[in-house]
Design a protein around this ligand. Structure first.
Ligand code: S3P
Length: 198
């Protein structure tokens, strides 16, 4: 047995457990404010894998912020850049990726992730999503409208069909980021007993 990794919550995974997981990377999907970045960072720390945030990677490569890209290229331009960056990142192993809220929302997107990628949907209600986004103070171009809650509701209902393609779903309502990480870790333990994919 390898040494136990730092305990975030739940039964910790040992290094040996991590090396026996049936997948090589984890991608968190879900609406803005679902906690993807915070959870991905904690999970990566627990697994001793790399943490990558898709929006940050895009901003780093482009030398422009996400709102600037929306302004200069429009949403369609941003989506092209986003997918190019995601494809490149998804070739990496031992990584937890926090995707952008709109990234999985294209026909066949989650079905086409490379083999041995675990996709996890962090579910959040429109009200909580908006509350969290407002608390973060980070600009979200798609929510800069007269009725942001109405926009969040309609986006979530249109996107649900894509998020649902994720392999695992975790309800984040009334849960701290640590609780969510614990839930994922519990399921990773189960995966050790019943491998997901060959
Ligand atoms: C978007 C979500 C944002 C960012 C961009 C568009 C979306 O990422 O990619 O503002 O379409 O839902 P987060 O989900 O990390 O906020």
């Amino acid at each position: 047995m390898g040494r136990a990794l730092s305990r975030v919550g739940g039964e910790p995974l040992s290094k040996d457990d991590v090396s026996r997981l049936s997948f090589r990377r984890i991608v968190l999907v879900g609406f803005m404010g679902s906690g993807k970045t915070t959870v991905a960072r904690l999970l990566a720390e627990h697994l001793e894998w790399d943490f990558v945030d898709l929006d940050e990677a895009i901003e780093g490569r482009e030398g422009r912020t996400i709102p600037q890209i929306f302004e200069e290229e429009g949403e369609a331009g941003f989506r092209g850049i986003e997918q190019e960056m995601a494809e490149e990142l998804l070739s990496r192993d031992r990584m937890v990726l926090a995707s952008g809220g709109g990234w999985p929302c294209a026909e066949g997107r989650l079905e086409k992730v490379p083999e041995k990628t675990l996709t996890v949907w962090l579910q959040v209600s429109p009200e909580l999503a908006l509350e969290r986004v407002r608390g973060q103070g980070v600009r979200r171009p798609l929510l800069e409208v007269a009725d942001p809650l109405g926009r969040v509701r309609s986006l979530i209902s249109a996107r649900k069909q894509y998020y649902e393609k994720a392999e695992w779903w975790v309800d984040t309502e009334a849960c701290s980021a640590q609780d969510i990480v614990s839930q994922v870790i519990e399921r990773l333990h189960a995966d050790l007993e019943r491998p997901l994919r060959s």
